[in-house]
Design a protein around this ligand. Structure first.
Ligand SMILES: [Zn+2]
Ligand SMILES: [Zn+2]
Length: 134
């Protein structure tokens, strides 16, 4: 056991301490026994989604009728973005937190296992939780 300097408040702390007794800076954070995170299902407003979706479709139809196809290309692109936002809000999506590195990912569909984009580790979907494989 030795004394080290706290990186936060510069006071002397035991190198075996879980956290700095002075400022609470984590020196040796304890690994959790149950490594799982909540599986967050995010459903944004369905009404908002439907309105944006209908607006997008109406915009495409109107611009094709008014401008004709080549000229309507830009408006169709903008409208397609509206449709995508509308669909996303209508269907809902998951915001999942990696139980290894706590990085968040948004997903439309959830499988039995999830590979984290940040740490590349596999976690398992367990009910409404995501847990580590060990
Ligand atoms: Zn400190
Ligand atoms: Zn991760």
């Amino acid at each position: 056991m030795a004394l080290i300097e706290c990186p936060e408040c510069k006071k002397k702390v035991s190198d075996t301490a879980e956290a700095c007794p002075n400022c609470g800076y984590p020196i040796n954070p304890q690994p959790k026994n149950n490594n799982f995170t909540e599986l967050g299902k995010v459903h944004q407003s369905k009404v908002f989604g439907a309105v944006v979706l209908i607006l997008g479709i109406a915009f495409i139809i109107l611009s094709i009728i008014k401008l004709g196809l080549p000229k309507a290309f830009l408006t169709i692109c903008i409208a397609a973005f509206f449709i995508a936002v509308g669909l996303l809000n209508l269907i809902g999506y998951y915001v999942i937190t990696c139980p290894y590195c706590n990085s968040k990912t948004s997903l439309l569909r959830i499988q039995k296992t999830h590979k984290c984009n940040t740490c590349k580790k596999i976690s398992v979907v367990d009910g409404d939780h995501l847990r580590t494989t060990n």
